[in-house]
Design a protein around this ligand. Sequence first.
Ligand SMILES: CC(C)(COP(=O)(O)OP(=O)(O)OC[C@H]1O[C@@H](n2cnc3c(N)ncnc32)[C@H](O)[C@@H]1OP(=O)(O)O)[C@@H](O)C(=O)NCCC(=O)NCCS
Length: 191
Amino acid sequence: MLDRPKDDTPRNYGEFPVSAEPQAIRLRRPQATDGPAVTALIAACPPLDRNSAYCNLVQCTHFAAHCVIAERGGRIVGWVSGHRPPSDPEAFFVWQVAVAAEARGQGLAGRMIRMLLARPEQRGVARLITTVTHDNAASWALFRGLAREWGAGLEQEPLFERDAHFAGAHDTEFQASIGPLLPRMLQPEQG
Ligand SMILES: CC(C)(COP(=O)(O)OP(=O)(O)OC[C@H]1O[C@@H](n2cnc3c(N)ncnc32)[C@H](O)[C@@H]1OP(=O)(O)O)[C@@H](O)C(=O)NCCC(=O)NCCS
C-alpha cells in the first residue's frame, strides 16, 4: 500500500493526474462518430424528446455548423442542436439543449448557444427562436437570461399545441423569440 501524503497537495503516484485543476470544457463542432454519444446524452436529459439515432447523425453531419458539442476529458457533456429555418433565414432555431447533470449550473448551456451564434455561418441572424413547454423552468431561465444579457426582447406564443399538433400526447410547446440581435451582441469563441 502506498504511503499517502498527509496534506492535500496532489503527488503523482501514477494513479491520478498531477493537476488538481478540473479539466476544462472544450466546445467543438460535431462529427458523425459523435452520433451515438449525442443520442445517449439526450436520453439522459429528460424532459427532452428522444430522437432517432439517424436524426442525430444527420444533425452531426449536414447540420454540423448549427450544432455544438461540449467535451470534458473525452466525454461529451453538452449538446445544442439547431438550424436556420429555410422559410425564415434571419432566425436561428435552437432545437434541443442538453447538459449532463455533472456539468449543470456552470453556464454551459448559455456558452454553447453564444458560441453557435458567433460562428461565421450564422452571419445575418437577427433572432433566436426556440420552443419550450410551460413547466420547463430551467429552459425559461436560460433563454430569459440570454435575452437579458443581449438587452433584447423575448416574446412567447403557443406554437405546437397539445391537442391540435400532438394528438394530446405532449404538452404545448411555446415559441420564444429573442431579438433583435445585432452582431456586436454576439461575442466570438472558437469551436
Ligand atoms: C436546461 C439546461 C440545458 C440548463 O443547462 P445549464 O448549463 O445548467 O444552464 P446554465 O448554467 O447556463 O443556467 C441557465 C439559467 O438557468 C437557471 N437554471 C438552471 N437549472 C435550473 C432549474 N432546475 N430550475 C430553474 N432555473 C434553473 C440558472 O440559474 C441560470 O439562470 P440565471 O442565468 O438567471 O442564473 C439543463 O438543465 C438540461 O440539460 N436540462 C434537461 C434538458 C432540458 O430541459 N433542456 C432544455 C430544453 S431545450
